[in-house]
Design a protein around this ligand. Sequence first.
Ligand SMILES: [Zn+2]
Ligand SMILES: [Zn+2]
Length: 322
Amino acid sequence: MTAATANAAAVETMTALVFTAPSTVELQQVPVPVAGPDEVIVEVAASGICGSELHGIRHVGFRKPPLVMGHEFAGTTPDGRRVTVNPLISCGACDACGRGENHLCRSREILGIHRPGAFAQRVAVPVSAIRELPESMDLTTAAMIEPLANAVHAVRLADPRPGARIAVLGAGTIGLVTLLVAQQYGEVSVSDLAEERLATARALGASHTATRLSGEFDVVIDAVGAAPTHAASIDLLRPGGTAVWIGLLSSEAGFDGQEIVRSEKRVIGSYCYRPSDFDRAVELAGSVQLDWTTSFSLDQGVEVFEDLLGGRHDVIKAVLHP
Ligand SMILES: [Zn+2]
Ligand SMILES: [Zn+2]
């Protein structure tokens, strides 16, 4: 045995789900990550599949293969702490970071997009990204903290007054966690094309559900992001109301710009979360209902991705367990 093969044999491997080509993920054995300076290795217990990942592997661009995706996760550190991870890594030194808007940092990176993520047994993360979990919180629930942080941010941007009439367009994961956060301010109506998702929205406390909403709202949150929901988000607003766009399905705007002028309606984009929103989501996760996920083993990952890409919609949030 040469020195080179001895070294190769010494490299420990682990199972990972790797995005390898358009619409394709594969289970592979990859080298276990080694913690760099100021990093720690997290043993992954639960890692949610995001709608943006299904979209992202169909339309290759933002995520480039080969890539281990996975940015919604929880696990344990080598010293036994139970943690979730804020996957948004920023420079910490620029004007945006200085304002607490680390999510708008021009050199931000996201675990599972710009560097290896958590569809694997282990993942290397910056020590500063670790958030310790309360004893009572299970790790599958904790994997929902990242989506919940998106909702905390979107609702904060909408700034609803107590008693506000709120509409959420789309009852996928982001729409449902937005419902959970928004109903602390007022009654929330939810629209979606899939009846089983509307049933989940009702179970989580939506005051009204429909395939298409009518009436007038103080706040409308578009958790779909297609031209028709962009238009609806503005049509459904009262004069002077606020629409927040969080969905990313299409880049088409699709709305009447003059309506924004004549009725002083506001449209705000919402992307990820500030560090403070993420911390708020850690607190909130213990008191809102997040038990509507469906668990699979990481070994089933290829099949789960294929099913979801094929349009399976009885599963709202699939969580993979290595
Ligand atoms: Zn996500
Ligand atoms: Zn920065």
